[in-house]
Design a protein around this ligand. Structure first.
Ligand code: 5AD
Ligand code: SF4
Length: 479
């Protein structure tokens, strides 16, 4: 099989951040008619790893595929198009992808016309792309985060010409509007407001894989929110690697606080957002969150470390003191605020004292939830070049210690819910018991309670009877 390389990733180009204006495009497909024929009666399977940005990308890919008649399947064995949507943020995310492709590659032998594609952040790294090609000659399509809008044309070319196609251009990126989308949920929706990241934290690969910070036009975001409201959506989550940077690259005079306020005024019952960098969280944003009842009092505020020196080496642009002052301002102005975070343990040469500073910070802030990670070197990032004197065994021990601290705090905090009645947006039936429903409180706490399936997608009142570390048990308090 011939390999056609349209573009190959390049980390130096991926690092480029020139002041050139972002280009805005409307989605288009060259081979639309032909693809409508090819897609008829065929099925697609997508497996997404990683963050909400990837989940939202899957929804766009689904929209494109279904617009040309492909039907979704959860069984890869019967698929004519398979797409593995990858994450590169840590090594274990990559390992899962290797395992998945290892399982699926046999299908190319059974179905000669199968399009087996890999996309997302992993393939944006040239060295990983080399490994994938060497290990899995069965894969016949590679495309990057900037090529998702070309998916149908890429499939067309692989299908018609029976070639292996690589189309991954490392670039600053553009904004594509009017893409078709099939949302995976009928009452909760993700809304992108800004793509890419300019922060270049020294451990992180994302600014290389997803391009520069580029905001959508304010009016395009609001049109999407208005449409979601019309369709009866109960909850929207604004997405960006750093939502606080919204608008800084545009000349429209709108910042993230304006996005929140305008959306709040439209009356969507629940508004959330993720992720916020502590460095540019403004007082205005805090005031807007406090002011509107339908903006959830829930902030994901990744701290990464409790040591100012480690934060400096991570390139995080804030100190422990700055972070704690921000938390204080938030707690003072937003009653009932629930905070969550991301923490990395074992950054190169992290000392025992520095790690202890993370523990004391965690005890002080009292997060309601946290994502914890052992540092994973990402090739091409500055931190990966540092000689590290901390053993993996030490990192592992620190990781367990951190989780224990977090859990003690979370468990204690969970108890305060007992006896109270909280609004819960019902997600579905519990995985273990069909008679139990599950959903989330405004503060994002998982609640299980007995109830009828007709309540799915509705906001109901639940009285809390019992608390566990990561969930609550309650009973319906509505008539
Ligand atoms: N190693 C470990 N964790 C990482 N994260 C990002 N890069 C790395 C890395 N190289 C974590 C950060 C970030 C979250 C999405 O993933 O905590 O906030
Ligand atoms: Fe990565 Fe830092 Fe950007 Fe978050 S802010 S995506 S951690 S570089």
């Amino acid at each position: 099989m011939k390999t056609k390389i349209v573009n190959y990733p390049n980390l130096v180009e991926a690092q480029n951040r020139q002041k050139s204006d972002t280009q805005f495009y409307h989605a288009s497909v060259s081979h639309l008619k032909e693809m409508e024929e090819i897609g008829r009666g065929k099925k697609y399977y997508i497996h997404t790893f990683g963050c909400q940005a990837n989940i939202r990308d899957e929804e766009t890919m689904r929209g494109m595929l279904e617009s040309v008649n492909y039907i979704k399947t959860n069984n890869p064995d019967e698929a004519d198009v398979i797409i593995i949507n990858t994450c590169a943020v840590r090594e274990n995310a990559e390992d899962k992808v290797y395992g998945e492709i290892g399982n699926l590659k046999r299908l190319r032998k059974i179905n000669k016309k199968l399009v087996l594609g890999i996309c997302g952040c992993m393939v944006e790294q040239p060295e990983i792309l080399e490994i994938l090609q060497a290990k899995f000659p069965e894969v016949n399509l590679y495309f990057g985060t900037h090529e998702i809008n070309q998916l149908l044309d890429l499939i067309y070319e692989v299908y018609i010409n029976d070639i292996r196609l690589i189309s991954i251009k490392s670039k600053q990126g553009e904004v594509i509007e009017n893409e078709k989308v099939v949302r995976s949920n009928n009452y909760k929706a993700y809304v992108n407001i800004i793509y890419g990241c300019n922060k270049f934290c020294t451990y992180c690969i994302v600014p290389y894989t997803r391009g520069k910070e580029r905001s959508r036009h304010f009016s395009d975001i609001m049109d999407e929110v208005r449409e979601l409201k019309k369709q009866g959506y109960q909850e929207i989550t604004f997405l960006g690697q750093n939502v606080n940077a919204y608008g800084k690259d545009l000349d429209e005079g709108h910042g993230f606080a304006d996005v929140l306020e305008e959306a709040a005024k439209m009356g969507i019952p629940r508004i959330r957002f993720t992720t916020s960098h502590p460095w540019d969280f403004s007082s205005k944003m805090i005031e807007i969150i406090a002011k509107y009842e339908n903006i959830m009092k829930c902030i994901h505020l990744p701290v990464q470390s409790g040591s100012s020196e480690v934060l400096r080496l991570m390139g995080r642009r804030y100190t422990r003191e700055h972070y704690l002052a921000l938390v204080k301002e938030m707690r003072d102005k937003i009653p009932g605020l629930s905070l969550s975070t991301d923490i990395i343990v074992g950054f190169p040469n992290e000392t025992e004292e520095q790690f202890n500073e993370t523990l004391t910070l965690v005890d002080e802030v009292k997060y309601e939830s946290a994502f914890t990670f052992i540092y994973s070197p990402r090739r091409g990032t500055p931190a990966a070049k540092i000689n590290d004197n901390v053993s993996y065994a030490d990192k592992s021990r620190r990781f367990k210690e951190l989780v224990k601290h977090l859990e003690v705090n979370i468990e204690a905090d969970s108890k305060r819910y007992i006896g109270g009645t909280y609004k819960v947006l019902v997600d579905g039936t519990s995985k273990t018991d069909d008679n139990m429903l599950s959903g989330y409180t405004e503060s994002n706490k998982l609640v299980h309670f007995k109830g009828d399936e007709s309540l799915i997608g509705k906001i109901v009142n639940v009285k809390i009877l019992e608390s566990h570390t990561y969930s609550l048990i309650g009973e319906l308090a509505d008539e």
